[in-house]
Design a protein around this ligand. Structure first.
Ligand code: GDD
Ligand code: MN
Length: 402
């Protein structure tokens, strides 16, 4: 836990994982405000938020401003307020930039059992905090301020901005419906969440949409929504550029595929496959070398030399695969007998692989008229995939016996 320095909060580094808090030194609510060039808003914001929080959870909250080294010195002004507002904390980030990570770093440094986020430009009406807070106290895991429910709305956004926001939402529903479809305003940057719902994951947000990350990775059961009207900016301007839209799409694709990517990795571990390929490649040289020695050196007939050298290559590959590629699995099956069993399975599968290769080359060159060398290379690649997968599932299978 970063220590509270006299003035600025220490900036957490490393993975974006929110620690759980020991019961002792917690507060009920930590409200994070991400700021970038908000010098014209920050004083009024702190005054309004403090007045409200003093009322809804007196002396049991902290207000954390996370500023990304604003050129307009927002963090400096915020720091000058520390002596007047005892529950105010200020973090100045210089090594990282971005709205979502600012919020998470703020939550990492926080002590609250409930975590909240609100913009620093007064476009999110502070009084809605009371309703969000009430929803969490009555049991929700997440309470979202939404522009698209009863009591919600947008003050004076241009038609273009409204269309892009809605368009982004529809796109999100197509790419990651299981995330974007859970709330009416997935783009909202104004919400509160129970800390325990977001402490077990390493978060990996991108751009502005911190709520997507919480919906996608948090352990969120009960969600409430509270209507609010998105206000006009009092000072400064929006930092949203086309970049945020690109990051939004990248974020959605990642949220959608993350689970699938991990599942695919489980079924087909790429790292292990690359090792298997390297071993297979070494086998080619062993095969050729032994063949040369047997045929040229000892004068054996070509067929005999081929069979013997192929078998030596299979033995070479088995030893490497058993020790390196699948070493973590072999040690779970100790003893000579189980090793011999693994070797026999591997050997049979290699022979089946050779037959498969021959069949594929025959099919490709006869039916599809593929040149022999092309057919051979393609057959080697396909049979290697098959060989890897079947050996993973058969020869070096580890059955998790409960
Ligand atoms: N620390 C930090 N770093 N803060 C940032 C950064 C950054 O890189 N970029 C923006 N902020 C702060 C701004 O200072 C402001 O307090 C808040 O994040 C929102 O930024 P705006 O640029 O004002 O965004 P917006 O008003 O167009 O959109 C906001 O409201 C929408 C509706 O809730 C954002 O919160 C959107 O994410 C949200 O969808
Ligand atoms: Mn704004």
């Amino acid at each position: 836990m970063p220590t509270l320095t006299l003035d600025l909060l220490a900036v957490p580094v490393g993975v974006l994982q929110i620690p759980s808090v020991e019961q002792v030194d917690t507060v009920l609510l930590s409200l994070v405000v991400p700021t970038y060039n908000e010098v014209g808003n920050v004083v009024l914001l702190v005054e309004k938020l403090t007045g409200l929080l003093d009322r809804i959870c007196p002396n049991d909250y902290e207000l954390i401003i996370v500023d990304d080294d604003s050129p307009d010195q927002t963090w400096e002004i915020a720091r000058s307020l520390l002596c007047e507002y005892p529950n105010l904390r200020v973090m100045r980030r210089t090594a990282e930039r971005g709205l979502s990570t600012a919020v998470i770093r703020g939550w990492q440094a926080s002590r609250g059992r409930l975590l909240g986020v609100i913009d620093g430009d007064l476009q999110h009406p502070p009084e809605v905090l009371e309703k969000l807070f009430g929803e969490l106290v009555s049991g929700s895991d997440l309470a979202v301020a939404s522009r698209h429910v009863v009591g919600g709305g947008i003050s004076e956004w241009s038609v273009f901005r409204r269309m892009t926001s809605r368009g982004a939402q529809i796109l999100g529903l197509m790419i990651a419906p299981q995330v974007v479809g859970r709330v009416s305003d997935p783009m909202s940057g104004y919400f509160m969440v129970r800390r325990s719902s977001v402490t077990n994951q390493i978060l990996n947000p991108q751009g502005y949409k911190i709520l997507l990350e919480i919906l996608g990775r948090g352990e969120i059961e009960h969600i409430s929504e509270v209507g609010y009207v998105f206000q006009e900016r009092q000072d400064g301007e929006s930092k949203v550029t086309w970049r945020q839209y690109v990051e939004y799409l990248q974020h959605l694709v990642r949220l959608r595929s993350d689970g699938r990517l991990e599942k695919f990795q489980e079924q087909f571990p790429i790292g292990r496959f690359l090792k298997f390929g390297a071993v297979g490649f070494s086998g080619v040289f062993v095969d050729l070398g032994v063949f040369w020695m047997l045929s040229n050196g000892l004068g054996l007939a070509a067929v005999t030399a081929t069979i013997l050298s192929a078998e030596v290559a299979v033995l070479n590959n088995f030893i490497w695969n058993d020790r390196w590629t699948f070493g973590d699995r072999s040690i779970q099956q100790p003893g000579r007998r189980s090793m011999v069993r693994r070797f026999l399975k591997f050997n049979v599968l290699c022979l089946v692989g050779i037959v498969l290769q021959g069949t594929l080359v025959g099919l490709m060159s006869k039916v599809a008229d593929v040149p022999a060398i092309g057919a051979k290379l393609l057959a080697i690649a396909l049979v290697m995939l098959w060989n890897f997968w079947i050996n993973l599932k058969l020869s070096w299978r580890v059955t998790d016996t409960k």
